[in-house]
Structure formats: C-alpha cells, structure tokens
Write a protein that binds this ligand. Structure first.
Ligand code: SF4
Length: 317
C-alpha cells in the first residue's frame, strides 16, 4: 500500500484491510470485488490485484507462508526486487539492501553521485554502495532507517542537513551540492486523453455500468460505458463508437451533464459525460467484459475509480 502513497493516507486503509483479511488465507478466499472495494481511492489498483493473486499462490503453493527465498518471492505476483528485499530483510532478518527512491537519494548525496537518478549508469553504483553500507546484523532496521531518513530528513527539495545524523559523512553537504544531487532523471511530459462517458438509465432508474478487464490500468473496477475519443472525433461520435464496442448497442446521445478532469501519474484525462439512451440492441458482454444495471442510489457501493467518483459527484452537484 505504501508504494507511491503516503503513510497518513495509507493508515486507515491498512487497518480496515487487516480487520477484514487478518490472514493470508482470508485474503486468498476473498472475492476480487471486495478486495478492490477496500482499496478504492488508493489508486494503483494493480497492487491490490497482485496482492490478492499472491495470497492465492502462497496458500496454494507455499502452505500459506511467505517463502524466505529471493527467487521464490520474485515468482509471486506483484513482488519485484525492492519488495523482495524489504520482505527478506524486515520479515526474515536476511542481509539484503532494499533500495527505493528515498534510499537512492540518500546514497546519491552521501557520495555526491552525479549520474541521473533512475538511469542505468546510476543503478549499479547505488546498488553496490547500498550493499556495502548495509548492516549485516540488523538489515531490517537499517533498511527502514535509510528509507525514513530519505522520507523525513534528506527530502528531495529541502534536506534538513543540520539535523541529519549522517552530516559528518555526507559529501554533497561538504561540497554544498545538496540542491544539485541527485541529478533528476528525465520525466516524460504527462499526456492528455480526452474521454467520454455515457450515463444510460432504464425506466427503473437503474444505470448501466461496465467492468474493466482484470488486467491493465484500474483493472476490475466498474465504470460508465464510453472510452477515449480519437484526435479528430467529435464527442458524440466517440460515445456512439465506444459504447458500441463495449456493449454492442447503438445509443442516442443526449445533453452533456458533466465535465470532469482527473490526473493520473503519467497522464491527465478530461471526461465529457452525456446522458444517453439505448436506441437499438441489448447490452452484450464484449471481450469478456461484465456489465450490469445498478440502481442509481447504489452506484457508490461499487468499486469505482476516483475519476468515476468525480463523475458521480458532478452529477449530484
Ligand atoms: S547531510 Fe543533508 S544531504 Fe547529506 S544525507 Fe544528510 S540530509 Fe541528506
């Protein structure tokens, strides 16, 4: 939960998650829908799907216990080098350095490394130095201390050097290079995606929703029908096309009822939301996508993305 997300945000999610899933078995037996619902608004939903899938594998293949072996850990869904190192050092006390963005920054400053962070030229020296620094007797507390130092003292913009316990060892501080090290890596400019969403209600005031495929961005969450608009496509054309592709029905596009912006890490979206009605056909499951009619009053009980919640808020404002 803490990857890409701050501690204060995570705490209530973590507590609710552990109350509902107090063991790996409880998580393995849960429905995907319920896991996603407890993750709702934390973002990066692939983490929840991977955690759920990993719990199932741990129960099925490892007798319900996390393996203590790096390779076996790396074979579980959602576990990469960093998470495997964190588990091995913190849960099992094994001497493996865990290197996240905070640790990379601290090491870059301690040794005044001038290679761009995240670049192949910087990864190797940071890994070697982290291995050399690692406490063999207390690898878990050492890794946590390095992460916390980066998160709270050696922060990206204004490191608190006067109160830093590593001040006497720090080459960047000695040379006055804290503002220049680490050299930032190149960031892609976030692109913008124009999106459409159709609010289709039936006579019983139920609203049509579609479930995203299990893999991919926001996988497994429910959404309003619609999708990305092509560069030269009008909003109405895009609505007709995307709803037909998703559900196999022809729609009549009515008035625009909301206009919603949302930003993800690597791109921004703007939703044009229109009230629509089915003209021809019955919704069908295309490419295995689930769909259902949901009473309008119960839409918020579904596992939805933040953007979908913003659309709901806009409809009721
Ligand atoms: S002295 Fe300053 S730059 Fe160096 S590790 Fe400490 S906080 Fe970071």
């Amino acid at each position: 939960m803490l990857q890409q997300t701050q501690v204060d945000t995570v705490i209530p999610y973590y507590q609710r998650f552990l109350v509902r899933f107090p063991s790996v078995n409880a998580l393995a037996e849960a429905r995907a829908e319920e896991v996603l619902k407890l993750w709702e608004n934390l973002g990066y939903y692939s983490r929840a799907r991977h955690l759920h899938a990993a719990a199932k594998e741990i129960v099925a293949r490892c007798g319900g216990r996390l393996p203590q072996d790096r390779k076996e850990l790396l074979g579980l869904p959602g576990i990469g080098e960093y998470t495997a190192a964190a588990i091995l050092s913190m849960a099992f006390g094994l001497p493996v350095a865990a290197i996240d963005g905070n640790v990379s920054r601290v090491i870059s400053r301690l040794y005044a490394l001038r290679k761009p962070l995240g670049s192949p030229e910087s990864r190797r020296p940071i890994r070697d130095l982290a291995d050399q620094l690692l406490s063999q007797r207390h690898p878990g507390p050492f890794n946590q201390a390095m992460m916390d130092l980066g998160a709270t003292v050696c922060t990206p913009r204004t490191p608190s050097c006067p109160s830093c316990p590593l001040r006497g060892l720090c080459m960047a501080e000695r040379k006055g290079l804290q503002g220049k090290v680490p050299v930032p890596g190149k960031r892609p400019v976030p692109c913008h995606k124009p999106m459409t969403a159709a609010i289709i209600a039936d006579r019983k005031k139920r609203v049509l929703v579609v479930r995203r495929p299990a893999s991919g961005l926001l996988g497994g969450l429910w959404k309003f029908p619609g999708g990305e608009r092509g560069a030269t496509e009008a909003v109405k054309e895009a609505l007709v096309r995307t709803v037909r592709e998703e559900l196999g029905v022809s729609i009549r596009v009515g008035e625009e009822v909301a206009w919603v912006k949302h930003a993800y890490t690597h791109f921004r979206v703007t939703f044009h939301v229109h009230r629509c009605a089915i003209e021809r056909g019955q919704p069908e499951s295309h490419e295995g996508r689930e769909w259902k009619w949901v009473p309008a009053a119960r839409l918020r009980r579904l596992a939805l993305s933040k953007a979908e919640r913003k659309i709901l808020d806009a409809l009721h404002s």
